[in-house]
Design a binder for this molecule. Structure first.
Ligand code: 15L
Length: 268
């Protein structure tokens, strides 16, 4: 499929962005990549624009050259509030507002499982479950989802918020057996969002078809996506003696794992 204007990928220098660049380019024919950090060299057919998401003028210029937006830029782990505020809160506002002004209707927004991180791992969630962020990072992604909802309802944008679990080449620990999103499944998810005939506001959990998963996507309204991989094929290697973790450990008890235990000082 091709679009009238090139797909814009933000966060292009990050781990997921670096993997996605050639894939999106091959699928959609033209790509504008952007990041606050430089990349080594653009690929044939790719244009790279270095841009700080907190700089509204630069974001507007970037977005005006592009069509659909795959917004993976910003801080991707927990950090001091002011850093999160600049890249993820102001940065996401700049991105959605520029999209509105330039009529770039469709956005795939990399949200995160840390929007719901303080749900216990015994709870199965769907898109309507209440948000329970597990840090400033999770709060910033919750902000992004709410901003998306506003821009869809008030301005007619089309935004899919991907609550990505753990997208890495292979699961590395017991938690990842539930949260893993294989790279090929991430790509098919982005593609399903970009090519859905109709899209409004959608929240989709980004996890492979993991036997131990916690998230239910059966209520999606617009996007039809069936992940193919399953972290269970790594279980025997990761847990040769079964799951012996202390289930009362904060990082085990809650879905956000180590993001929940970071700075946790609740006494009761
Ligand atoms: C995320 O949102 C992070 O971007 C990623 O680095 C992982 O920590 C992932 O969540 C996770 O929960 O495993």
């Amino acid at each position: 499929m091709t679009f009238a204007k090139p797909v814009l990928l933000t966060g292009a220098a990050g781990a997921l962005g670096s993997w996605l660049r050639p894939q999106l380019l091959a699928r959609y024919g033209a790509l504008i990549s952007s990041d606050i950090a430089p990349i080594e060299a653009p690929l044939p057919g790719e244009t790279f624009v270095q841009c700080d998401l907190a700089d509204g003028v630069a974001v507007e210029r970037l977005v005006s050259q592009a069509g659909p937006i795959v917004h993976f830029g910003g801080q991707s782990v927990e950090a001091p509030f002011h850093r999160i505020m600049a890249s993820n809160i102001l940065g996401t506002y700049n991105m959605f507002e520029s999209a509105r002004r330039n009529s770039n209707k469709r956005i795939v927004f990399a949200s995160s499982n840390h929007v719901i991180g303080f749900h216990e791992t015994t709870t199965r969630l769907d898109a309507e479950s209440v948000m329970k962020p597990d840090g400033y990072y999770g709060v910033s992604k919750a902000f992004g989802e709410n901003l998306a909802s506003l821009y869809v309802d008030k301005h007619g944008l089309e935004i899919a918020c991907l609550r990505i679990g753990t997208s890495i080449p292979e699961p590395k620990d017991a938690r990842h057996l539930a949260t893993w999103l294989a790279y090929d499944d991430l790509l098919s998810l982005i593609d399903a969002c970009l090519t859905a005939p109709e899209l409004g506001f959608e929240v989709i959990y980004g996890a492979s078809a993991n036997d131990r998963g916690w998230w239910d996507n059966s209520k999606t309204r617009y996007v039809r996506w069936t992940p193919k991989d399953n972290a269970e094929r790594f279980a025997a290697k990761l847990l040769p003696n079964g799951d012996q973790r202390d289930q009362n450990d904060i990082a085990v008890r809650f879905q956000g794992g180590p993001f929940c235990s970071q700075n946790y000082d609740r006494q009761n």
